[in-house]
Design a protein around this ligand. Structure first.
Ligand code: ACO
Length: 330
């Protein structure tokens, strides 16, 4: 497949808060232990944003690094897209706050909500804007302050999630990672497998909702696990076919970092060796929309991806939502 006409990721940057929450720390907070957490999830530690370190601030820090790496001035950005399930406010968007923080005065700005699949959904929008000729430079940011919505009294969820942000500048003009193919999916029938019951129009915040801890993430982990493996494997195959590639053409698989056992089960569908599945979950846990973008950024810092190499991103999240994308270094 020719990469010439496709939109490209021309620069990336990430931001991880400095505070570490280890499994040992969690042992003091809920009835859990390092052995259970690591063997069931692959997580050793995760990062926690400070009290005044908001989703917007982490996103802005990642965005400034991405702009610098892309060699694009902030004034050249046409639109700021923010993928997040943990916005600063319900309204206005986190995108406008980031636009203000970084001074992207010529840019439009909006949020998109596809939970952990947000970065891939955002890539599809960026690709469409660029390839239609509507915009020249898109700034896509994935930022999550999961700790603001995690119940640190609920051992089923609090061990899994972490905070962090990553950003990508997408354009047509330079070399980078060509966005060759994207496949997206959703199944609203299972919307309540992972959700935050209160705080929206359906159940506005009230004393009762706070007392019942309804403003925190609720999750049915076992059910999600099954769907995650099935949908990520399916989306990967569909996307490879769309790109005209087979699994042996892929140099790296970069899955959403939710659980190491999910990643290993997805990788079993492919012939690539285990060490070609890129993982950051041990250090950062599940950072939702940010997770794939943080991993992609780290992969490029650690390895010199050569021209012609193909990468496969695949994600799954609340909604349910899922998606995959084939990127080619050009
Ligand atoms: N420490 C110790 N014990 C625990 C903990 C904990 N932190 N959490 C749960 N347990 C207990 C359970 O209560 C249960 O005990 P019981 O048998 O007495 O009831 C036991 O451990 C086994 O629980 P399971 O739910 O069967 O454990 P499982 O092997 O399924 O692992 C996990 C749970 C890690 C949540 C797994 O199901 C999972 O990762 N699911 C996917 C979750 C996910 O990906 N969510 C995010 C997707 S969407 C997004 O990323 C926004």
């Amino acid at each position: 497949m020719s990469s010439k006409k496709h939109a490209r990721i021309i620069g990336m940057g990430s931001y991880l808060p400095s505070k570490i929450l280890s499994n040992a720390d969690l042992e003091k907070m809920v009835d859990t232990n390092d052995e259970w957490i690591f063997s069931r999830t692959g997580i050793k530690e995760r990062r926690l944003a400070g009290e005044t370190e908001y989703t917007s601030e982490m996103g802005a820090k990642a965005a400034l690094k991405a702009l610098e790496n892309a060699g694009v001035a902030v004034e050249e950005i046409d639109i700021v897209l923010v993928a997040s399930m943990t916005p600063d406010y319900i309204s206005p968007s986190t995108a406008v706050i980031i636009q203000r923080l970084i001074g992207a005065k010529n840019a439009a700005a909006m949020d998109l909500q596809a939970a952990c699949t947000g970065f891939i959904y955002g890539l599809s929008m960026a690709k469409a804007y660029i390839e239609s000729g509507m915009y020249k430079n898109v700034l896509l940011i994935a930022s999550e302050k999961m700790s603001a919505f995690v119940d640190y009294e609920d051992r089923n969820t609090c061990v899994l999630f972490g905070d962090g942000a990553s950003a990508a500048v997408i354009s047509k003009e330079h070399s980078g990672l060509s966005i060759d193919a994207i496949c997206l999916g959703a199944d609203g029938e299972m919307a309540e497998l992972l959700y935050i019951p209160a705080g929206g129009s359906r159940q506005p915040s009230s004393t009762a909702s706070l007392e019942n801890r309804q403003h925190y993430i609720k999750m049915e982990g076992k059910e999600l696990f099954k769907h995650a493996v099935r949908q990520m494997a399916g989306a990967s195959k569909e996307c490879l076919a769309k790109a005209g590639l087979s699994d042996t053409d892929i140099s790296w698989l970069i899955p959403h970092q939710a659980n190491v056992r999910i990643m290993d089960a997805v990788a079993k569908n492919f012939s690539m060796p285990k060490e070609k599945v890129f993982k950051t979950i041990d250090k950062y846990g599940n950072t939702s929309a940010s997770s794939i973008a943080i991993a992609l950024d780290e992969l490029q810092q650690q390895y010199d991806i050569q021209k012609g190499e193909h990468l496969l991103l695949v994600a799954f999240g609340a909604g349910l939502t899922w998606g995959a994308s084939v990127l080619t270094k050009i």
